[in-house]
Design a protein around this ligand. Structure first.
Ligand SMILES: [Zn+2]
Ligand SMILES: [Zn+2]
Length: 391
């Protein structure tokens, strides 16, 4: 059965019911018949196959559920690729609390638009579209009004592990299709290789947004701490913005990769002397590491007025000494993904600079094995699920 086989079947059922109810599409019944058919089509739920964790920590397994019918301002996307983000694993295992199950993870989605509601302007059938970490927000608060939907005062509606405006659970991209409001869709430039584009919608924008917001560019020395899914995007984007990029990694194992990605220097943070030889060298540090580590040591690597940007999420609060900030007027800042407008800007920027994520493409059936490898840090640099290969 094709991805929309169920929809076709229901449409046929609709014809049969209508044919019986209205005694066939003839005379004055024709218009009524067409209208009713359109209405039924709108009301028809869309059977969808995916992979879900049925409870916290359970292995992901095949799961069938229904997407809502495509509304006037919505588009139906046949999902082609979906990246595996580390936060998928945290949430599927309920490591951040409050998770709802069954959970279909996935928020690095690219696919083909196969149906649009009658009022949709942003995308057309046959085009490639993307869906990132959220699918809606309140649209009226101060943050939403500025295009900063990720900081919505009422909370953005997450692509999965959330509740939509009708209170229904949201299901993510480890699935065959998704229905999304056009205002929360991204247009994917044609020149971007599709399999490496999904991760731009989380890892890409997570690093692009703070680098742009704090004005990282030509003449700046930028250090990237950690060379994983986020770090490798930070190197590529930092370089494309014109900064001189140094990778700070625990051991020397990723030196060659760092250079290949565009870093001009590489230093091992496992060596104490790194922190003396690089003292007060950087204008910016973007810290992508989620394991606990000493922020104070990194602060000392910043020049006067330097900025430590946190995008990693250690699960324990960190101790910060005031002197590290005060004596050189340094600052520590944080940043969360990006709004729709900025995410589109990032995609266009990446297309202009030929940037995608470095990925390992896997079939859906290997997702549990991929999770284990992500936890071990054994991936260069992002797993992407190929939904075309079937569920
Ligand atoms: Zn993510
Ligand atoms: Zn809002």
């Amino acid at each position: 059965m094709g991805w929309d086989g169920g929809l076709d079947r229901r449409r046929q059922v609709g014809y049969i019911i209508l044919a019986n109810g209205l005694k066939g599409p003839k005379s004055s019944g024709t218009q009524k018949y067409t209208n009713r058919l359109k209405q039924m089509e709108r009301e028809t739920m869309l059977p969808t196959r995916g992979y879900a964790a049925l409870q916290a920590g359970a292995a992901l397994e095949p799961f069938t559920f229904e997407r809502r019918p495509v509304g006037p301002h919505e588009a139906l996307i046949r999902i082609r690729y979906c990246g595996i983000c580390h936060s998928d694993i945290h949430q599927a295992r309920d490591e951040w609390g409050g998770a709802t199950f069954p959970m279909v993870p996935g928020h690095e989605i690219v696919g083909t638009v196969v149906k649009v509601g009658e009022a949709v302007k942003k995308v057309r059938e046959g085009e490639i579209a993307g869906v990132g970490c959220f699918v809606d927000s309140c649209r009226t608060c101060a943050s939403c009004s500025q295009g900063l939907e990720q900081y919505c005062e009422k909370g953005m509606i997450l692509t999965y592990n959330g509740r939509d405006k009708n209170g229904e659970p949201t299901y993510g991209g480890y699935s065959t299709q998704i229905v999304v409001d056009e205002n929360y869709l991204l247009q994917i430039p044609k020149t971007l290789a599709l399999e490496g584009t999904g991760p731009l919608l989380c890892a890409g924008i997570t690093t692009y947004s703070p680098l742009r917001h704090w004005g990282v560019g030509k003449g700046h020395k930028l250090a990237v701490v950690g060379l994983g899914g986020l770090g490798h995007m930070a190197v590529k984007i930092g370089r494309a913005l014109g900064a001189d990029v140094t990778v700070l990694s625990h051991s020397g194992g990723k030196r060659k990769e760092a250079e290949r990605l565009g870093a001009t220097e590489f230093a091992e943070t496992g060596h104490k002397e790194t922190f003396t030889s690089l003292a007060r060298k950087f204008d910016f540090i973007i810290d992508t590491v989620s394991a606990p580590h000493d922020f104070n040591a990194y602060l000392e690597l910043l020049k006067t007025d330097g900025t430590l940007i946190l995008v990693g999420v250690p699960d324990q609060p960190m101790q910060i000494g005031a002197f590290g900030l005060i004596l050189q007027r340094r600052r520590i800042v944080g940043s969360l993904i990006g709004g729709i407008r900025e995410t589109q800007e990032m995609l266009d920027f990446c297309a202009d600079h030929g940037i995608t994520s470095d990925v390992e493409v896997i079939p859906m059936q290997q997702v549990n094995e991929a999770y284990e490898r992500v936890i071990r840090g054994d991936v260069r640099f992002r797993f992407v699920i190929d939904l075309d290969s079937g569920i």
